[in-house]
Design a protein around this ligand. Structure first.
Ligand code: SF4
Ligand code: SF4
Length: 292
C-alpha cells in the first residue's frame, strides 16, 4: 500500500482540486484522507455521506461550578490569558482564551473549578460519490492542536485501507510548514508538492521542500497554472534540479478546471478534451509507478 501526500507551501495553489482529481482516477482502489483540517473542503467535491461521526477532544479546559464558587476572584487574578471575567455577576471562563494550564483550578479555595476534556472538533468517515472512503474532519473555531486531529485522520485512513486491502491512501495535506503539515507527511511513502509560478508560491514552495529534506522523505513537484509566468517557472525548475527533485507535471491554466469545480466535480470528469486532463492522467500513472 502506498501513502501519497499532496501538499503545498501556501493555500490557493489548487492542491485540493488536484488531490480530488487523483481520488477520481484511483476510484475504489484508494482511501482518501482530508488532513487539511483547518480548512477542510475535499467534501465539496466528493459528496460524502458523513456515515460515521466522532467527537475529537484535545487538551483540557476550565469549567467553573457556579454553585460552589464563593466569588473570591482569585482565579481571575492569576489567569495570564484573560480567560476569566465576571459576566452577570458570575466568574465565567472564556473557552477560546483558556489555554488549559489548570492554575485557576489549583488555587481555587472552594474547589469550584474542574478541568474538563476540550472538545476541539469532529472526525468523519464517509462513503463518497466515487464509491470509496473519505476520512475527514472539522476543527472547531479557535481550536488548536490540529496536528493531533491530522494524526487521527491519517491513522483511521490507514486502518481502513489495511482492512479493505486498498492499494493507495491519497492524502490532502495541510498547506504551510507548521505542526499540522509535519503530522500530514511524517512516515508517508511519497510527498507531492503542488506549487504555482507566483512570487509567494515559489517562496513557500522552497520552505516546504526544506522541511521535506529535513524529514528525508521522497518527493516530487507539480507546477499548477504553469503558463502564467514563465520566468518563475524557470526559477522553480532550477531549484528542483539543484535539490534533485523530479518535476512530474506542468498543468496549464485552464478555465475548464474552475468550471468543473463550480459544477462540483473534478476536471478529469469533465467531458471537454483538455491538456490539463491528460497531464493529470500522466501524473496518476507516475504515482502508480512509485516504488514503496
Ligand atoms: S477562585 Fe474559585 S471560588 Fe474564587 S472566584 Fe474563582 S471559581 Fe470562584
Ligand atoms: S486553565 Fe489556565 S488559562 Fe484556563 S482559565 Fe484557568 S488559569 Fe486561565
Amino acid at each position: 500500500m502506498k501513502e501519497i501526500v499532496i501538499i503545498s507551501g501556501k493555500g490557493g495553489t489548487g492542491k485540493t482540486s488536484i488531490t480530488a482529481a487523483l481520488a477520481v482516477l484511483a476510484g475504489k482502489n484508494a482511501v482518501i484522507a482530508d488532513c487539511d483540517v483547518d480548512a477542510a473542503d475535499m467534501h465539496l467535491l466528493l459528496s460524502p455521506d458523513f456515515a460515521y461521526k466522532e467527537d475529537f477532544y484535545s487538551g483540557k479546559i476550565a469549567l467553573i461550578n457556579q454553585a460552589k464558587c464563593i466569588e473570591c476572584g482569585k482565579c481571575n487574578s492569576v489567569c495570564r490569558f484573560n480567560a476569566i471575567s465576571v459576566i452577570n455577576n458570575n466568574y465565567t471562563i472564556n473557552e477560546i482564551n483558556c489555554e488549559g494550564c489548570g492554575y485557576c483550578a489549583k488555587i481555587c479555595p472552594a474547589n469550584a473549578i474542574e478541568m474538563k476534556d476540550n472538545l476541539t472538533g469532529k472526525l468523519y468517515i464517509s462513503n463518497t460519490r466515487l464509491d470509496n472512503t473519505l476520512v475527514h474532519a472539522e476543527l472547531n473555531v479557535g481550536a488548536e492542536n490540529s496536528g493531533k486531529l491530522v494524526t487521527k485522520v491519517r491513522k483511521e485512513a490507514l486502518r481502513i485501507a489495511k482492512e479493505t486491502k486498498k492499494d493507495y491512501i491519497i492524502i490532502d495535506g495541510t498547506p504551510g510548514i507548521g505542526c499540522p503539515v509535519i503530522a500530514s507527511i511524517t512516515g508517508a511513502n511519497y510527498i507531492i508538492v503542488v506549487t504555482e509560478p507566483s512570487v509567494s508560491g515559489f517562496h513557500d514552495m522552497k520552505r516546504v521542500f526544506e522541511l521535506i529534506e529535513r524529514f528525508k522523505l521522497k518527493s516530487a513537484c507539480v507546477i499548477n497554472k504553469a503558463d502564467i509566468n514563465q520566468d518563475i517557472v524557470c526559477e522553480i525548475k532550477n531549484f528542483l534540479v539543484l535539490h534533485n527533485v523530479q518535476l512530474i507535471a506542468e498543468l496549464p491554466y485552464d478555465e475548464v478546471f474552475v468550471k468543473s469545480i463550480i459544477e462540483g466535480k473534478t476536471v478529469v470528469e469533465n467531458d471537454e478534451k483538455c491538456k490539463i486532463k491528460a497531464s493529470l492522467e500522466t501524473f496518476w500513472e507516475f504515482i502508480q509507478n512509485i516504488n514503496k
